[in-house]
Design a protein around this ligand. Structure first.
Ligand SMILES: Cc1ncc(COP(=O)(O)O)c(C=O)c1O
Length: 401
């Protein structure tokens, strides 16, 4: 069966006790030991495993690596998943990480590397020559790439990156949160590990915090990641895992709809007089459009950014003027979101102050286009803004989202 069908039917399994088509939630934290010391299914305690998260894990593994030896482990959040991978490395290991990537991972690495002794180097994973010269043979243990990368939506050629890394014996981890397995399957392109913030598209309803790591094959490094999860207790609750499998049942519909609408919005607003740039990998003007078209199948994702020609003040005015886009952080939900990344990340953010990040949801695309059109009219001086939010950059501290 195709991944789309497996997702719609949540693997097509039936509850053996009731015949129910909907998987049951198993909230038990512990499992009964038999008089002879054995356990019913070798389960002892839910910090190690639980049938409800194993069901969501098997479904996600079927989407990311259909027909392969791929395995999945759910985590309590995307950050718990990402940090489990880095914490499974050893002090002294050299790690190459995308220069443009989700802020929380970059900030955590910058601080964690000091205490753990990891040698973390940020590099331009979109430029293979730069990556080739940054690899230190025998010392580089992991290459971490996010594509499309937050919030500039740069594209890394995963197949070429994996070839390069593997020729030097380096493992590749891809953060596939934004593309999702609907559009890109990094394991098929050669990646060794895939990481997700399942909080985003996989769940898709802005009501679950969860993460996942997948491996192309179970190996000793995978065992270290699993054992980190167990020992740290970085597991989701069974109810979150159950909600996640429910969200994944509509993943293909949601991601295709968001991708189609994002492309329509990007195309409509490219060249708008109030904008300096529209950043979206589905535009032919994107520097890596050809790579994105090869690597992303059936769409370019629901995330894009706009840069205001009038600078940060105009970004603030547009943010205050939208009526359909919701002013909120995060991404990948059914509702469209708009945020000023720089003020969300704090004063040390490298994101330009004139940038607004859009997460396109599943609303009528015409409503979204009309909303942005009206908000951009405000900065063209056609109408006065009804209310003004804080000027970008006014926020003193990062908000950690
Ligand atoms: C690309 C990406 N990776 C990882 C994370 C972290 O995920 P979580 O918020 O579930 O911890 C995020 C969160 O925004 C993200 O956008």
């Amino acid at each position: 069966m195709s991944p789309e069908t497996l997702a719609a039917q949540a693997l097509g399994e039936v509850d053996p006790l009731s015949g129910g088509l909907t998987p049951v939630i198993n909230p038990s934290t512990n499992y009964e030991q038999q008089p002879d010391g054995s356990y019913w299914q070798d389960r002892v305690y839910t910090r190690a495993d639980n049938p409800t998260y194993e069901h969501a894990e098997r479904l996600l593994a079927a989407l990311e690596g259909p027909g392969s030896a791929c395995a999945c482990a759910l985590f309590a959040s995307g950050m718990a998943a990402a940090t489990a991978v880095f914490q499974s490395l050893l002090p002294g290991d050299h790690v190459l990480v995308s220069r443009v990537l989700y802020w929380g991972v970059r900030k955590w690495l910058a601080e964690f590397a000091l205490t753990w002794g990891l040698d973390v180097e940020f590099t331009d994973t979109a430029d293979l020559d730069v990556v080739a010269s940054a690899i230190r043979p025998g010392r580089t243990r992991l290459l971490w790439a996010e594509t499309p990368a937050n919030p500039m939506w740069e594209i890394t050629d995963l197949a070429a990156l994996c070839d390069l890394a593997h020729s030097a014996g380096v493992r590749v981890a891809a953060d596939n949160t934004v593309a999702t397995p609907v559009l890109t399957r990094p394991l098929e392109l050669g990646a060794d590990l895939v990481v997700h913030s399942a909080t985003k598209y996989l769940n898709g309803h802005s009501d679950v915090l969860a993460g996942a790591v997948l491996t192309a094959r179970p190996d000793p490094f995978w065992e270290r990641i699993r054992s980190w999860r167990r020992n740290a207790g970085a597991v989701p609750g069974p109810f979150e895992a159950w909600l996640l499998q429910r969200g994944m049942r509509t993943l293909f519909l949601r991601v295709h709809r968001a991708s189609d609408s994002a492309l329509a919005i990007a195309t409509h607003f490219e060249g708008h007089p109030a904008l300096k740039a529209v950043l979206y990998p589905g535009l032919a003007s994107h520097p890596a459009y050809q790579i994105a078209a090869r690597q992303m199948n059936g769409g370019f994702g629901g995330m894009l950014s706009i840069r205001l020609a009038g600078g940060p003040g105009d970004a603030s005015a547009v943010l205050a003027a939208v009526r359909v886009f919701r002013r909120a952080t995060s991404l990948g939900g059914v509702e469209s979101l708009i945020e000023h990344r720089r003020s969300m990340e704090g004063p040390s953010s490298p994101v330009p102050g004139d940038l607004l990040r859009l997460s396109v949801g599943i609303e009528a695309p015409g409503d979204l286009i009309a909303d942005l059109e009206a908000a951009l009219d405000v900065v063209r001086g056609h109408t006065a803004p009804a209310a003004r939010g804080p000027a970008p950059g006014e926020e003193a501290a990062p908000r950690w989202t």
